[in-house]
Design a protein around this ligand. Structure first.
Ligand code: F6P
Length: 546
């Protein structure tokens, strides 16, 4: 059994990976492929509609088995079982992280504190489905009797990024009669933009906030409520135009939302792990209850794969361990996600919170400082756009950035020739990164001394390629669960709690203090450092038109 206070860098399994990295770091990916002609057949996993090729990684059978030994030493099999069975894996907040219960089948039994939570989950899903049918059919009307044509989700972080990403990803499955929009930022321009061209009488707001205390969301909710009330000239309109997704029933009711219009979730669902909870209400409104169920089915298939497959054939485990290899043993700081799908363009932004808020930690689960690095900087966007933005750096920059490429065999639109071009680019990028190009084969030479070097592609830059037939609700569900579990695997190896986020608190508290001074129109002497005081005075001076 692992001891969190024990320094991971002193584990024999850790040292064996340091030695392996030192022995193999100079080997090119081309050489890896020459040495192991069968690696493509071996380095692949298929599950839940996804096919993963991880052969373009700087590792072989021996390296993988050293990573698996590290996973065993970190207690990964037990930790997976603990996560899935509802043990308290979020120790600093004293609760489980049971997102898998949100997509469990109705005959599963998952207990929290001795109570089976599956019936409650199914109950909320059933209420969501009824509500969505009402709205989508036009039976749910606004204060003037008109049907709802616009839905605006007000939320931020986990209460925004997941449903926003999924609504965009699954737009081919959406009801064209209903427009679903998202407002997250406390920059007033965000909600102002969203309200333009919409009638209050046809607009339904979902206030999506686990805590129902988040400043950005509540300010936007108040602005939306004022907009509706002004048009309706009646406070009662709030009940017809606002529903909530939250764990905080008293605050929801105090806002004016009827209890029957609150869709609950539970404190054992982390914000960034909440897309398959009622936080997905906007998605269910967009694509309908049946497609939402298909989305949950995909996530459940990946959950089952994660909890039952041997570590070596387990997609989230394999992806997680490869990421650990580059972060901890090559000390590469970043990881890039590129979906070759415009519909999935927000997937990297969603994963950014999932990954960086989960594993961007400096202490272990017991609060001891880490003696190694933790989660990487995660970034990305849709291909091929990114090829004309930051890919130069990926190919010729001084440090490799491991990539995950996501690609689909079929488009959901009609332009299959576009899809052929798109997929060619995806495969070409992975090939170019892996195998590079010597300057001697790089086309016309000439120019000044060293100009051939400009055409040199070092190669040996690792990537994973995930293929699926097409971007269906099931495939999206599987992708969401895949990365949720990948992040968990890495958290276990690094010994961090992937389910708390204390690092967001200080800024919130300081903003509250600064806001008091802003509202008073003057600085409190000695409260801030010189830089903050200077910036604040300039703001107070410049904020009003002179
Ligand atoms: O950014 C901090 C955070 O607590 C996230 O973890 C969470 O997803 C987000 O704020 C929104 O919180 P809530 O759903 O409670 O409004």
């Amino acid at each position: 059994m692992e001891n969190s206070a024990e320094r991971r860098t002193e584990w024999l399994e850790w040292k064996k990976l340091i030695a392996y990295q030192e022995e193999t770091a100079m080997r090119s990916l081309a050489e890896w492929f020459e040495r192991e002609p069968e690696r493509v057949d071996r380095m692949q996993v298929q599950s839940a509609g996804l096919f993963l090729d991880y052969s373009k990684n700087r590792i072989d059978r021996d390296g993988i088995s050293r990573l698996l030994a590290l996973a065993d030493r970190a207690g990964l099999p037990d930790q997976i079982a603990n996560l899935m069975s509802g043990e308290v894996v979020n120790a600093s907040e004293g609760r489980p992280a049971l997102h898998r219960a949100l997509r469990a089948s109705s005959d599963d039994r998952i207990e929290v504190g001795g109570v089976d939570v599956v019936p409650a989950v199914q109950g909320v899903l059933a209420r969501m489905a009824l509500f969505c049918d009402e709205v989508r059919s036009g039976r749910w009307t606004g204060y003037s009797g008109r049907r709802i044509r616009h839905v605006i989700n007000l939320g931020i972080g986990g209460s925004d990024l997941g449903p926003r990403m999924a609504c965009q990803a699954l737009r081919p499955y959406a009801d064209s009669e209903l427009e679903v929009d998202f407002v997250s930022n406390v920059d007033g321009r965000d909600i102002e933009r969203a309200l333009v061209g919409k009638l209050p009488s046809e607009t339904l707001f979902i206030i999506c906030s686990k805590t129902f205390t988040t400043q950005e969301t509540l300010m936007n909710a108040q602005a939306a409520r004022a907009w509706v009330q002004e048009a309706a000239q009646a406070d009662s309109a709030v009940a017809q135009h606002f529903v909530a997704v939250s764990t905080n029933a008293p605050a929801v009711e105090a806002f004016g939302i009827r209890p029957e219009n609150m869709f609950e979730f539970w404190d054992w669902v982390g914000g960034r792990y909440s897309l398959t909870s009622a936080v997905g209400l906007s998605l269910m409104l967009a694509i309908g209850p049946d497609s939402f169920q298909r989305f949950l089915t995909g996530a459940r298939a990946m959950d089952q794969h994660f909890s039952s497959s041997p570590l070596a054939e387990n997609m989230p485990v394999v992806l997680g361990l490869l990421g650990v290899f580059y972060r901890s043993f090559y000390q590469w700081p970043a990881h890039c996600i590129v979906p070759y799908s415009q519909d999935l363009g927000l997937f990297p932004a969603y994963l950014q919170q999932l990954d960086m808020e989960s594993n961007g930690k400096g202490v272990d689960r017991d609060g001891y400082p880490l003696d190694h690095d933790s989660g990487p900087i995660l970034f990305g966007d849709a291909g091929t756009n990114v090829q004309h933005a930051f890919f130069q750096m990926l190919h010729q920059g001084t440090q490799p950035v491991p990539c995950d490429f996501l690609s689909f065999a079929r488009t959901l639109g009609g332009l299959s020739e576009h899809q052929d071009v798109l997929t060619s680019h995806c495969l070409a990028q992975a090939e170019a990164l892996a195998f590079g190009q010597g300057s001697e084969t790089a086309g016309p030479q000439g120019g000044t001394f060293g100009s051939a070097n400009h055409r040199f592609f070092p190669g040996s830059r690792p990537s994973n390629v995930l293929l699926a037939r097409q971007l269906s609700p099931e495939v999206l569900g599987a992708l969401v669960a895949l990365y949720e579990h990948k992040v968990f695997v890495q958290g276990v190896i690094w010994g961090v709690n992937s389910f708390d986020q204390w690092g967001v608190e200080l800024g919130k508290a300081l903003a509250g203090e600064i806001l008091k001074e802003v509202r008073n129109g003057q600085l409190e002497p000695g409260r801030h450092d010189a830089s903050t005081s200077n910036l604040l005075s300039r703001y107070l001076r410049d904020r009003n038109p002179s």
